[in-house]
Design a protein around this ligand. Sequence first.
Ligand code: ATP
Ligand code: LTN
Length: 344
Amino acid sequence: MTTPTSGARQRVLSGMQPSGDSLHLGNYLGALVHWVRMQDEYEAIYFIPDLHAITVPQEPGELAERTRRTAAQYIAGGVDVDKCTLFVQSHVPEHAQLGWVLNCITGFGEASRMTQFKDKSLKHGADSASVGLFTYPILQAADILLYQPEGVPVGEDQRQHVELSRDLAQRFNSRFGEAFVVPKPFIQKESAKIYDLQNPTAKMSKSAGSPAGLINLMDNPKVTAKRIKSAVTDTETEIRFDKEAKPGISNLLTIYSMLTGKSIDEIVGDFHGKMYGHLKTELADVVVAHLDPIRTRAEELLGDPAELDLLLARGAEKARSIASATLTEVYSKVGFLPPLGGAR
Ligand code: ATP
Ligand code: LTN
């Protein structure tokens, strides 16, 4: 194996698709804050999977802009390009190259069992689903295996894809000789799940039916405050945490707790005898105070796209130095004739 984790720190890798103009609070609390915490402890690699984004139709001009906006939000949210590697997937051609090799060792039935394909193809109409959407998890395996990470921090919904990358790593290693570290899913705790403000039993999601249920990092503070104040609750008046009976209030308490670091019990105590309106007004202040500096910083970064592109180019260069070593080893093990001069 050419590129095991260097030094004492374990390597982790993760990505979030540039599928919207803004990340939402679920992406932030469920993924980004963990990434930021991990970059001190681990050798972290984060990227923007734009190749994955085109598995469903994208407006070309919009995709490029959303890729920059996603990068700006990662950085504004605390991803530090001096501590980790941050890059755009399409800048590192080895992803598609390894993806092809892995396609050729994946069974059709095995790929057919991926539940995200079933869900997403139903949503977009099974007949119009692309072959790219079908092979999406195999490209994801390539994203992971190229960098030899020990861990892949993702939400529960991505566990099956990380399991596939483990299976493919083991299969390749036993068929062709050791080339890959077998990665583990690092799944964040259930408590990190944030729900839609209008439909608090469904997870907050970019592809939700209505934007009214979303708290977006890039929204104007007035919009954010209004959405929180209009959050769906229940007909009781007591503020307490009960996910089954009071999903709306429980979601607001979770958000409050995660942004302030206070325990749910402490918050419930503080709001004893108060009305839902009090909780919503205070929470709106907490959310705006937390997100506004992130939005402002992201806008500053987007104001200088050349500088942002430079940061991403440097990240891609660091990423390629790892990815190309893995790919060279894989190509050689598969039996591809090396090109004259050795360069791929
Ligand atoms: P889409 O609606 O396009 O599927 P999404 O908003 O659900 O997108 P993803 O791009 O699938 O988000 O996920 C990016 C990361 O954010 C993943 O690690 C996922 O687990 C996390 N995440 C997404 N939504 C939530 C949520 N509501 N609560 C906690 N974490 C979330
Ligand atoms: N499928 C993931 C995004 C993703 C990813 C990856 C995550 C693409 N490649 C590699 C971790 C590692 C999603 O939709 N959240």
